[in-house]
Design a protein around this ligand. Structure first.
Ligand code: SF4
Length: 245
């Protein structure tokens, strides 16, 4: 078995199947759009948000390290800003650190992290090389719960600053929480995947979270479809195409 086949086997995707054509129509051309919604305007910047919006990487790291802007700071061992190439074309955004991430200070470690690494490898990517991985909140929500809207709102300026500093060609929202926060929608993940959205002018795709895929083997095949779509989209973006949908 060659390396690609080994990776696909690891993902539970063999035998290989043929990708179906996209079933959904494209979304409206707008920033931060979700189905059935008009494009929301970003929250007006308060003092804190506008300060964060001017930060350099070292300032951002220090600010996140010492942040107490929401209650999540109380239960963390450390804040987890993100990891990877700070000029990456690919930005993957998950939900928040879990216990292992909190202990190690890096997003997507442990079993879900290994699956994400395998998913990246399946499309020729590697953590840290042209890839940056972040979360919507930087501190661990207790008991692996999803972040509260108020916590996500307090942490959003950090993610926005990361996006502005990295300037990725493509953002991939991993899981319902990241998709909901980035697209400002309550739509199900199943209804969101397979389409190209825009986040402040940057194409955005939605995929299943690796932790969900570990629990739901049946959807691994769909994640391969999403990975193929992402790879094709990136090729178009690198060729200079302006992809709006
Ligand atoms: Fe600050 Fe974000 Fe941590 Fe809340 S989750 S304390 S806003 S860094």
């Amino acid at each position: 078995m060659n390396r690609r086949a080994l990776i696909l086997d690891e993902l539970g995707l063999l035998p290989l199947w043929v990708r179906r054509e996209r079933a959904h129509p494209p979304p409206a051309k707008a920033e931060r759009t979700a189905p059935g919604e008009t494009a929301p305007v970003l929250t007006a910047a308060d003092d804190r948000a506008s300060r964060i919006a001017r930060m350099s990487w070292p300032e951002l790291r220090e600010s996140v390290r010492t942040c107490r802007a929401c209650g999540l700071h109380a239960g963390r061992k450390q804040a987890v800003l993100g990891v990877g190439d700070e000029q990456a074309d690919w930005l993957f955004v998950g939900e928040g650190p879990g216990a292992e991430e909190d202990a190690r200070g890096e997003p997507f470690v442990g079993q879900a992290g290994r699956l994400l690494d395998n998913m990246l490898a399946a499309i020729g990517l590697k953590r840290g090389s042209d890839v940056y991985i972040a979360n919507t909140v930087k501190c661990r929500p207790p008991g692996n719960r999803a972040p509260e809207p108020s916590e996500a709102a307090q942490c959003e300026p950090y993610l926005l600053r990361q996006i502005a500093l990295i300037q990725p060609r493509l953002i991939v929202a991993l899981g319902k929480t990241a998709a909901s926060i980035l697209l400002q929608t309550d739509a199900s993940l199943g209804s969101l995947r397979g389409r190209v959205y825009q986040f402040q002018g940057i194409p955005l795709l939605v995929m299943y979270h690796p932790a969900y895929l570990l629990r739901t083997l049946a959807d691994k095949a769909k994640s391969w479809e999403d990975l193929c779509q992402a790879r094709e989209l990136m090729a178009r973006l690198k060729a200079g195409e302006r992809v709006l949908n």
